[in-house]
Design a binder for this molecule. Structure first.
Ligand SMILES: [Ca+2]
Length: 253
């Protein structure tokens, strides 16, 4: 069994399968569409830079592949990895079909991508992967010029979802047994979706051959959404739990 730092070596808590009628569902909003003609998710301007409002989706990544002809490492190797009592390669599980499904929802996050593959997408889209510092700033500190209530500009929150972790797609009781499509969870700090949980997000910070991932995933409880979680994976690791989003300079968009 390969042990990956930041990933589990013991059984996970059982995901709640029942659907709770929770109040925040009534206020769910859907992420606005990207600017006309621009690649990728909508971009939220912060202080001098911008960040994708959601994780990069299968639909976004499909446009990149169509334009570039990129074939990913998981596709070449026959599939990406899932953790079930140890890391197992899943035949046919790739960014096109995260769980091997025949017709994946194009709004699901693009996963089974190595960190260099995520970085290459961001370069193509005119940006880069965030640094961990940038990612944390966007995830926990409200930076929008005029945030809607209850968000307070300049305030740093304990969770990417604000004062409490509810509304994110974790291993707790929520409507999503696995990854959730972009824009259906509760919007958090800076109006961003899924900075906490859903899928881990690659950032550019390097430690030898390892790269850092941020925010936790649907596989974990909310504690992995905290800013001080220190989770690293091999740069060339492609798994069902890891996706990404990009940051951009503000000029040009
Ligand atoms: Ca995430």
């Amino acid at each position: 069994m390969t042990t990956i730092p930041g990933m589990p070596v013991i059984g996970r808590p059982r995901k709640g399968w029942h659907r709770l009628a929770v109040a925040w569902l009534a206020t769910v909003t859907v992420a606005s569409a990207s600017a006309a003609g621009a690649a990728g998710p909508a971009r939220v301007p912060l202080d001098g830079w911008a960040i994708d409002q959601t994780e990069v989706t299968i639909g976004d990544f499909a446009r990149y592949v169509q334009a570039t002809g990129v074939v990913t490492e998981a596709e070449r190797q026959g599939g990406g990895m899932e953790y079930v009592g140890g890391w197992q390669r899943r035949p046919g599980w790739t960014w096109r079909a995260p769980d091997g499904q025949a017709q994946a929802d194009p709004r699901l996050p693009a996963v089974h991508l190595t960190q260099p593959e995520a970085e290459a997408y961001c370069r193509w889209a005119g940006g880069t992967l965030p640094t961990a510092a940038q990612w944390r700033q966007a995830a926990y500190t409200e930076l929008r010029a005029s945030p809607p209530p209850p968000w307070v500009r300049g305030r740093t929150y304990p969770w990417p979802t604000g004062d409490r972790p509810e509304g994110a797609n974790t291993s707790g009781a929520d409507p999503w047994p696995r990854a959730a499509p972009a824009g259906v969870t509760r919007a958090g700090v800076n109006g961003l979706y899924d900075m906490g949980a859903n899928v881990w997000e690659w950032v550019s910070d390097a430690r030898g051959e390892e790269r850092r991932t941020m925010g936790g995933s649907w596989w974990y409880g909310p504690e992995q959404m905290r800013a001080d979680v220190d989770a690293w994976k091999p740069a060339n690791f492609a798994a069902v739990y890891i996706g990404f989003r990009c940051v951009y300079p503000l000029q040009g968009r």
